[in-house]
Unconditional design. Structure first.
Length: 303
C-alpha cells in the first residue's frame, strides 16, 4: 500500500481522484517494465453476450489498460456460445506466451457454469483474483492476486488515510468476490488493516443494531439504496460497492445510477463516503491493472 499521498479533507472518497493517482504510478512502472523487457503487459478480456452494464465495464477496462501502457484486447462471444467453446478459448489464452492476464466478464449466461470458467483460468493469469488458488493464498497471507474490488477498496482507504487500526468494520455481504475477501484483508495486520470485522448477510438478525456500531461500513448487498441514514452512526466511513440502474424519466438516458446506499440521506452523517458512480468501480479497475502488471512481472522478470 502507498502512504505518500496527502489527500484533501475526507468527506467524499472520490474514486476518480484516487484512481488517477494510482494509474499514473502504474503507467510509470509499466513503462519501466517495457523498457527492460521490450514488451507491454497484455490483458485479454472475454465478453459473452451484449449486457449493457458489462459492455460499459469492459470498455472502461480496455480504455484504462491502454492509457497506462498495456496491450489490451477483447474476445467477444454471442450469448449462445457453448461452455465447451468458451473453456477452449480460455485454454488457448492460458497457453499463450504473450498473454499476461485473462479476465472473463461476469455475469455469464445461465447455461454456462461460472465456477467452472473461473477455475479454468490459469492462476498465473488470474488478474481478477477469483481462482481458488488465489483466494487460498490470500487467506494464509502468501503473495497472490487479490480480488480486484477488495484490492481497490484497500487502496481507496489508503489514499484517503482512513484510520482502520482498532476500528470496528461491518461488512454487509459475504460473497467470495467482495464481502469475504475484504473482511479478511481488513482484519489482517497492516495499514489499512487491524480492524475488528463483523460480516452481516441476509440471515443476520437486528441488522440495523450491528451496522450502527460500525466505524467503517462496507456495503455489498446488491440492493439499490438499501442502507438508510438510521442504519449508520454519526461520523462513520461508508464504502458503497453496489451499482444499479433505476428508472428516471427526468434523465435523457431514462435511468440513473445508484449504489446500495441511499447517498443523499446517508452522506450528511458520514465522516467519509464513496459515491456511485465515481467510487469503488473506478478503484476496481485500479486493482485489475495492478494485478495485470504484477502478472507480467512474475512471468517475465527474474525472481
Amino acid at each position: 500500500m502507498r502512504s505518500n499521498v496527502k489527500p484533501e479533507k475526507m468527506g467524499i472518497l472520490d474514486g476518480k481522484k484516487a484512481a488517477e493517482y494510482y494509474k499514473e504510478e502504474i503507467a510509470r512502472e509499466a513503462a519501466e517494465f517495457t523498457r527492460r523487457t521490450g514488451k507491454k503487459p497484455y490483458l485479454v478480456t472475454i465478453l459473452v453476450g451484449n449486457n449493457g452494464a458489462s459492455e460499459t465495464y469492459v470498455a472502461s477496462k480496455l480504455r484504462n489498460s491502454e492509457k497506462v501502457g498495456f496491450n489490451a484486447s477483447l474476445v467477444r462471444f454471442e450469448d449462445t456460445v457453448t461452455e465447451e467453446a468458451l473453456l477452449g478459448k480460455i485454454d488457448e489464452l492460458n497457453a499463450s506466451e504473450e498473454v499476461d492476464g485473462i479476465l472473463v466478464q461476469l455475469p455469464l449466461p445461465a447455461h454456462i457454469e461460472e465456477k467452472k470458467v473461473i477455475m479454468r483460468i490459469s492462476p498465473l493469469k488470474d488478474v481478477d483474483g477469483f481462482h481458488p488458488e488465489s483466494l487460498g493464498k490470500m487467506l494464509i497471507g502468501l503473495p497472490t492476486f487479490l480480488p480486484a474490488t477488495p484490492y481497490g477498496i484497500m487502496e481507496l482507504l489508503d489514499y484517503y488515510k482512513v484510520e482502520t487500526e482498532g476500528k470496528h468494520c461491518v461488512v454487509m455481504g459475504r460473497s467470495n468476490i467482495v464481502g469475504t475477501p475484504i473482511s479478511l484483508l481488513l482484519s489482517r495486520q497492516g495499514n489499512p488493516g487491524n480492524c475488528t470485522v463483523t460480516i452481516t448477510h441476509s440471515r443476520t438478525k437486528d441488522l440495523e443494531t450491528i451496522t450502527r456500531q460500525a466505524d467503517i461500513l462496507i456495503v455489498a448487498v446488491g440492493r439499490p439504496e438499501f442502507v438508510t441514514a438510521d442504519m449508520v452512526t454519526e461520523g462513520a466511513v461508508v464504502i458503497d460497492v453496489g451499482i444499479h440502474r433505476i428508472a428516471d424519466k427526468n434523465r435523457k438516458s431514462g435511468y440513473r445510477l445508484v449504489g446500495d446506499v441511499k447517498f443523499d440521506e446517508v452522506a450528511p452523517k458520514c465522516g467519509g463516503i464513496s459515491p456511485v458512480p465515481g467510487g469503488v468501480g473506478l478503484m476496481t479497475i485500479v486493482g485489475l491493472l495492478k494485478n495485470t502488471l504484477e502478472a507480467a512481472k512474475r512471468r517475465t522478470l527474474p525472481s
